[in-house]
Design a protein around this ligand. Structure first.
Ligand code: ZN
Length: 453
């Protein structure tokens, strides 16, 4: 199948930093054949798409998600997040089943495509259900099955002087084995759209012995790691008390950073730890929207980026709108740094595309529009009034664009979303099944709360 995108403004986010007004992009067998000012005469497309007035970008890379967690939407946004986390959330998660995760992930994946996101880095329970969804809807996934240092049947609990984590090495080992089995089974599946990793939950919800076991196993299996890193103040305080050092220093000390690591959040870290991230080539997923919403904090991405750390963008739970995230990253980090010129539109959108691909170690295949790379592409219709008049399309998109501007989304050269329609999936059926799954979960939560556990 050969497709020609004709006449759009193309911003490839390649090394040249070039910008092609009225450009041509050819797709052949799932990959980008060329990006140029003219269409080569010998390229005979099966389909020509008129992209005049459109902006063509690499598909967005969402570096940190829990697709299925949207099942908990509406229950967690206006509560004491840190308190809720240990006293309630794990107990609720024990009420999930694979079917709920399947429909939650399906809705999350469709929401992602609708927002121009072509890759999601997801970690959650029942990752097989999420991998099946990725396979079916046509999105790209970097997936790990969540590993905790305890059994969900006996989660952490509040005690007089803090949290008792109920660590259980045997329950952990079972989860690690299952996570490795998942990673082996699904690596490279769905025509190479699935990459797998190991996903320990966070620095404080597993202990030293467990992280040492994960480091050893990840090295033996050649797997990268995705985890929550210094997300909460209590997490930093816990590691400080347990290990006498910060979260990042602890991970280096236990040998985990010998593998490629993607850390989500990286908020409560000091200058020395930023240097540890840099020298170990650890990437960071910046999630400014949930960080501001749930904990009123912002990560020091200016200092991390200055130190040479790769920082991609993530939405974390509930939301998939990476364009909104990029805009919020710009605004909140301008407030944070006191610099109104911080993070120009190009840099913010690079974080949403090529920097995100680097954070996942996938920059050879995706993240920019270059001949030979996988054709993961988002086409924005810029003719709507919110992005008019059109002078500097990246600025118009970043500051004023919304998901209504998303016209077409390609993954692996296949159109998976076009003009509001999901090509592979019956959206109405997904809506109904999601509601059913969510109702079933709420009923279980209500019964659980009534029992007063
Ligand atoms: Zn998260």
């Amino acid at each position: 199948m050969r497709i020609l995108l004709a006449g759009g403004t193309i911003c490839p986010f390649d090394r040249s930093h070039r910008f092609i007004p009225h450009g041509y992009l050819g797709i052949e067998d799932g990959r980008i054949a060329f990006v140029s000012k003219e269409s080569p005469e010998d390229f005979e497309p099966d389909r020509v798409i008129d992209c005049q007035g459109d902006l063509i970008l690499p598909g967005f890379v969402n570096c940190h998600t829990h697709l299925a967690e949207n099942l908990f939407k509406g229950l967690m946004e206006e509560v004491n997040f840190e308190g809720l986390f240990y006293t309630t959330l794990f107990r609720w998660e024990s009420l999930l089943d694979p079917e709920m995760v399947y429909w939650g992930s399906m809705a999350g994946a469709l929401d992602a495509l609708r927002c121009g996101v072509t890759t999601v880095a997801d970690m959650y329970h029942y990752a097989t259900a999420t991998a099946e969804v990725v396979s079916e809807v046509g999105i790209r996934g970097y997936i790990g099955q969540k590993i905790l240092g305890f059994s969900l049947e006996r989660p952490p609990r509040q005690v007089e002087h803090g949290i008792d984590y109920n660590f259980d090495f045997s329950a952990f080992s079972t989860q690690l084995d299952a996570a490795v089995e998942f990673a082996r089974k699904w690596a490279g599946k769905a025509n190479g759209r699935i990459t797998t990793c190991i996903a320990p939950h966070a620095t404080n919800t597993l202990n030293r012995e467990m992280f040492a076991a994960i480091a050893e196993r990840a090295a033996a299996e050649g797997l990268s790691i995705h985890l929550h890193l210094a997300q909460m103040e209590s997490e930093r305080e816990t590691i400080q008390a347990r290990e006498g050092m910060g979260c990042v220093a602890f991970l280096e000390d236990v040998g985990l950073l010998d593998q490629p690591v993607l850390g989500a959040h990286a908020i409560f870290i000091d200058e020395e730890e930023i240097e540890i991230l840099h020298r170990n080539n650890v990437s960071v997923a910046h999630n400014p929207v949930p960080n501001a919403r749930d904990a009123a904090v912002v990560a020091p991405i200016d200092r991390m980026r200055d130190a040479g750390v790769t920082v991609g963008l993530g939405t974390d739970a509930f939301e998939m709108n990476l364009l909104n995230t990029a805009r919020f990253a710009v605004l909140i980090n301008r407030v944070r740094t006191g610099r109104p010129d911080y993070l120009p539109a190009y840099d913010a959108l690079a974080m949403a595309t090529i920097e995100g691909a680097k954070a996942l170690g996938l920059e050879q295949e995706i993240g920019s529009l270059e001949a030979g790379k996988k054709a993961d592409i988002t086409v924005f219709d810029m003719s709507r009034f919110n992005t008019q008049p059109l002078r500097a399309p990246l600025k118009e998109l970043l500051y004023y664009g919304d998901v209504g501007n998303v016209r077409m989304v390609f993954v692996d050269g296949e159109v998976v979303f076009e003009q509001g329609r999901f090509v592979r999936v019956d959206a109405e059926r997904v809506r109904q099944e999601l509601q059913r799954a969510s109702d079933r979960l709420r009923a279980r939560i209500d019964a659980f709360m009534r029992r007063g556990e």
